[in-house]
Design a protein around this ligand. Structure first.
Ligand code: FAD
Length: 321
């Protein structure tokens, strides 16, 4: 069945996040040959539409509004609903990011639609769009189809591959003006923690430290290795609770859920709550002094040893490449 699909792109610091391109690819599958329209909500985002076309958008609708300069639930919900109202899509795709997790259930409720959240794979099979999603903290996967109503899915970043960039594609973005009223929240100022380097949620390589890192300074070799591999530093909750690093680095059930190509766990025991955030990583390397550590059960490669000896050796070798 051919569907018109609306894909919500995501912008951070005036840049499109990769999940926007992945959502277009998912949108193409949901559309089954129908039109894929990308909604770009924000302020001053007009200039970003070109790459959306190049990654497969058939049309791009831009909603430019000063109250969308920073994400707020109220403003974004109103703008998204106005776009859905104007486009009348039969399918909707959004990233399962902090924004997507906040807004998608709200939109689904307003639209009286279902929602298949946190989808890690999407394919056409047996005449249906089949969505795969993890359950029980990633211990099992379920496949879902929608038999009636809108096909609304949120996709986990770094799982659905984006289409090949096609620089021969282009288009003219359309502007939709929306009214945003009666906001219960207005952001007056954003104070950011200084985070440098690659965004943890979208990083292809993550070097994560646990309580075994032993101190804030103990993260320095991990940071050096991450820099060499153009990766990001993450952490277990054990390391965050011990104040070795900020909670924004926490990976797991109550932290970030990530799917990098390479995950190197350093001094992390592998508690079930940690595994929930990283066990779908494509390649897992564990460095731990304890050969019985649970993390080795999910690791593709295990190194039994002291992380303060092993990490500098790895860094030196990777520098040579
Ligand atoms: P530990 O379990 O103390 O492990 C440290 C490891 O380091 C050990 O295996 C040790 O052998 C190794 N080690 C020590 N020194 C070295 C060295 N020099 N070289 C190499 N290895 C060394 N945890 C999360 O991570 N994320 C979550 O989202 C999360 N959510 C939770 C939610 C709930 C409701 C609860 C109850 C818990 C949650 N936890 C979460 C906590 C989780 O249960 C574990 O306590 C935590 O993951 C342990 O962190 P850790 O592996 O760093 O520490």
């Amino acid at each position: 069945m051919t569907r018109k699909v609306l894909v919500f792109a995501e912008v951070k610091d005036q840049q499109l996040r990769n999940v926007s391109f992945e959502a277009i690819a998912a949108g193409k599958t949901v559309a089954e040959g129908g039109e894929v329209v990308v909604a770009l909500l924000g302020q001053g985002v007009d200039g970003l539409s070109e790459s959306l076309f190049q990654y497969g958008a058939d049309r791009v609708v831009v909603v430019n509004h000063e109250l969308l300069a920073q994400y707020t639930t109220d403003a974004y919900t109103q703008a998204a609903l106005a776009t859905i109202e104007a486009e009348q899509p039969e399918g909707i795709v959004i990233g399962h990011t902090s924004i997507g997790k906040d807004v998608s259930p709200r939109l689904a409720a307003r639209l009286q639609s279902g929602l298949i959240s946190d989808v890690t794979a999407i394919e056409l099979a047996g005449g249906n769009v089949v969505c795969t999603r993890p359950i029980y903290s990633g211990k099992a996967f379920e496949k879902k189809i929608v038999t009636d109503g809108k096909l609304f899915v949120s996709i986990r970043p770094n799982n659905v591959p984006a289409l090949e960039l096609d620089t021969s594609r282009s288009g003219q973005a359309e502007v939709l003006s929306v009214e945003i009223t009666n906001l219960r929240t207005i952001i007056k100022e954003v104070v950011r923690k200084a985070t440098d380097g690659v965004d943890l949620s979208e990083a292809k390589v993550v070097i994560a430290g646990g309580r075994g890192v032993k101190s804030e300074d103990g993260f320095a070799p991990l940071k050096e290795l991450a820099d060499v591999l153009n990766g990001a530093v993450g952490a277990s909750r054990g390391a965050c609770d011990a104040e070795y690093c900020d909670y924004s680095l926490q990976i797991g059930q109550t932290g970030k859920v990530i799917t990098p190509d390479l995950y190197i766990a350093c001094g992390i025991s592998g508690a079930i709550q940690h595994l929930a955030g990283m066990s779908n990583s494509k390649v897992i390397v564990a460095i731990n002094k304890d050969p019985e550590a649970n993390i080795f059960k999910v690791a593709d490669y295990g190194i039994v040893g002291d992380l303060f000896e092993v990490i500098p050796l790895l860094t030196e070798e990777f520098k040579k490449l």
